[in-house]
Design a protein around this ligand. Structure first.
Ligand code: HSE
Length: 413
């Protein structure tokens, strides 16, 4: 059975490396001879030991009937979407790490795979090397999944860890994450939370059975988080993490899904997930909480998941019946302002007596302190309220000239 790899970037080169390093073992696991016949890339790699396998001609791969599995590791929507669709329509299974494409077109591509009796697998799209997609639809199949929450982006977790532990600046930590091959080609997708949003959409779609689109999910990144916020979090035994979460809507209600930074207890399951590691908590009605942990980004961890999917496709005789969800028109996620939460706020004013004013607005608040706190700065955790109410009350303060310096949800994961 022949394989083609589309894209020779960080993940693609990792897939080729893992394939040839472990080829013998992979063949045993697949129960057949395997070869990686083509590597598609627009660039030239004359010095590569695999130089003879490179092609720039996608059509050559499509028309080669010996190619049964294609790894799409180009990323982005186009040409990845057209290539994937064409391969599936030509009876080739496709495996991918492309979370943007799965989050946008997953339901459609899964349906095309089904029509053609092949597979569209995307274990590498969420959590890098962590097995999460297959456990969700296979090992946990007995459960109704009610909630998922996770640290789903390695780059931002790496940056936050450096800020928390080493007082490193945001920019220096981002540059290091890029150097280590964790970040997206455009790292704004990491730091603005879009990458985590795509991943929570994939997990929510699979768990709740209908397509959840990124455009419907309220998303905040970590660009506004400061070392002052990190210090206030530490004063109440918390760390700041970028959390993607989704909750099944009860009795016909819409799904709750959101990506945002959050204060979480430093000893909690997700609070101890540091550096490039991801942690994903799945709440099943039979299992209770199950937590998946491992390297969420990087060349070889991601390649591990892609190659695992290649083997799965080689073994499969038809489409996996459990990896599916229904298409939707979107609009199935509740307005985030309806969500109830505790909130950390950091405010500054020379005229308004902030503690008294906040107690008047919200009732009892939990004051926080930090070294070097200026006299005109006040930080606290507000009691649980709907986000709409919090916004309304904070805008009254803004109208009185109060400056809102920080605002982060406080979660119990
Ligand atoms: N940029 C992504 C991350 C890569 O940092 O998690 C893995 O999807």
């Amino acid at each position: 059975m022949n394989i083609a790899v589309l894209g020779y970037g960080t993940v693609g080169s990792g897939v080729v490396e893992v394939f040839f390093k472990n080829r013998e073992n992979l063949q045993k696991k697949a129960g057949q001879d395997l070869d990686l016949k083509y590597i598609l890339d627009v660039r030239e790699f004359p010095d590569s030991p695999y130089a003879d396998r490179f092609t720039k001609d996608f059509q050559q791969i499509v028309e080669d009937d010996s190619v049964k599995v294609v790894a799409e590791v180009i990323g982005g929507l186009e040409p990845a979407y057209t290539f994937t669709k064409t391969c599936l329509e030509h009876g080739k299974s496709v495996v991918t790490s492309n979370k943007e494409l799965v989050a946008q077109k997953g339901a459609e591509l899964l349906a095309i795979a089904r029509e053609n009796h092949v597979n569209y697998l995307f274990e590498a799209s969420v959590g890098g090397g962590i097995p999460i997609i297959r456990p969700l639809h296979m090992c946990l199949a007995a459960n109704r999944i009610d909630e998922i929450a996770g640290i789903l982006n390695g780059t931002t977790n790496f940056i936050l860890t450096k800020m928390i532990r080493e007082n490193m600046s945001f920019q220096d930590a981002l540059a290091l994450a890029q150097k280590l091959g964790y970040a997206e080609r455009d790292p704004s997708a990491d730091v603005e939370g879009k990458d985590a949003c795509r991943k929570i959409c994939i997990l929510a779609s699979l768990s709740f059975g209908e397509h959840v689109f990124p455009k419907d999910v309220y998303t905040e990144g970590i660009t506004e988080i400061t070392l002052e916020d990190v210090a206030y979090a530490a004063s109440c035994d918390c760390v700041i993490k970028l959390i993607g979460r989704a909750k099944r809507g009860q009795d016909g209600e819409k799904i709750m899904a959101m990506v945002s930074p959050a204060f979480i207890h430093h000893e909690s399951q997700l609070g101890t997930v540091d550096d490039v590691f991801n942690g994903i908590l799945v709440r099943g009605d039979a299992t209770g909480d199950v937590v998946f942990y491992g390297k969420g980004a990087g060349k070889l961890p991601t390649a591990s998941a892609v190659v695992g999917d290649i083997i799965e496709c080689a073994k499969a005789s038809d489409t996996s019946p459990s990896l599916r969800w229904n298409p939707s028109q979107g609009g199935n996620v509740a307005d985030h302002l309806e969500n109830s939460t505790r909130m950390y706020v950091r405010l500054q004013s020379d005229t308004v007596k902030l503690p008294q004013m906040l107690e008047k607005q919200f009732g009892q608040v939990q004051p926080l302190s930090r070294d070097g706190q200026p006299d005109n700065e006040f930080a606290c955790i507000l009691p649980e309220r709907k986000e709409r109410e919090i916004e309304e009350e904070l805008s009254k303060l803004t109208n009185m000239g109060v400056e809102i310096l920080g605002k982060v949800r406080v979660l119990d994961y």
